[in-house]
Design a binder for this molecule. Structure first.
Ligand SMILES: [Zn+2]
Length: 219
């Protein structure tokens, strides 16, 4: 999970809310433009597991941070600040012959403590780190429960994918520099590839895992 900076809502969503009595998420038909907007501001990554997502109904689920159930859920179901783009939330573990459910799919109607699209919550995401084997570790106990127990982000497949994303960068640096010292300039340049400071550029999958590893080498 990485901080998301929300942009302006798509015009279609605002027009629909303004012009429709009893507007509802289910009846809102311009989901294509909504998904496009969410995917773009998330730099093409799932709001929870950070896998790559494309703007299609199969690849992206429009996630409601505050679930749609209940009176409050109904009030917020078309609020852009409450909407995120999540992956399909199902992943096959071929070794164990099981299908892992994670992200929005595992969360269901549970209310999470931290919203990565709320700037007031971004400070709490700093407590997230990744172990060498790809396991998520979190100093914030409430967030630890959210990431691992509710969103199931430390299932074996996601763990392996996070580890592979970081190992790929380690291998690349080893091939390029061998045992030579890597300059701060190189670390800074590399850091730029895993941050979205440059206008919602697309990011590689599991960017936050690699970013935190790179930042541990920057003084
Ligand atoms: Zn996901």
């Amino acid at each position: 999970m990485r901080p998301i900076r929300k942009g302006e809502p798509p015009t279609e969503l605002e027009q629909y809310k303004r012009n429709t009595a009893n507007a509802s998420f289910q009846e809102f038909s311009a989901k294509e433009s909504l998904r496009a907007s969410l995917v773009r501001e998330q730099s093409g990554l799932c709001c929870y597991c950070m896998c790559r997502i494309e703007n299609s109904p199969r690849s992206v689920r429009v996630e409601h941070w505050h679930p749609q159930s209940g009176e409050r859920g109904k009030q917020l179901e078309l609020e852009y600040q409450n909407l995120l783009a999540a992956c399909s939330g199902q992943i096959a573990n071929r070794q164990r012959k099981v299908l892992h459910s994670h992200c929005d799919h595992a969360k269901g109607n549970q209310l999470l403590a931290v919203n990565s699209a709320n700037a007031d919550h971004h400070g709490r995401l700093l407590s997230v780190s990744y172990k060498r084997d790809g396991t998520i570790h979190c100093r914030d106990p409430e967030l630890e429960v959210q990431l691992n127990a509710v969103l199931n982000l430390s299932n074996d497949v996601l763990k392996d994918r996070r580890k592979a994303a970081r190992d790929q960068v380690i291998d690349l640096l080893r091939r390029r520099f061998g045992t030579r010292r890597i300059s701060q300039q190189v670390w800074n340049d590399l850091r730029g590839r895993y941050t979205d400071d440059s206008n919602e550029a697309e990011l590689p999958a599991y960017a936050d895992v690699v970013l935190k590893w790179i930042e541990s080498h920057i003084r």
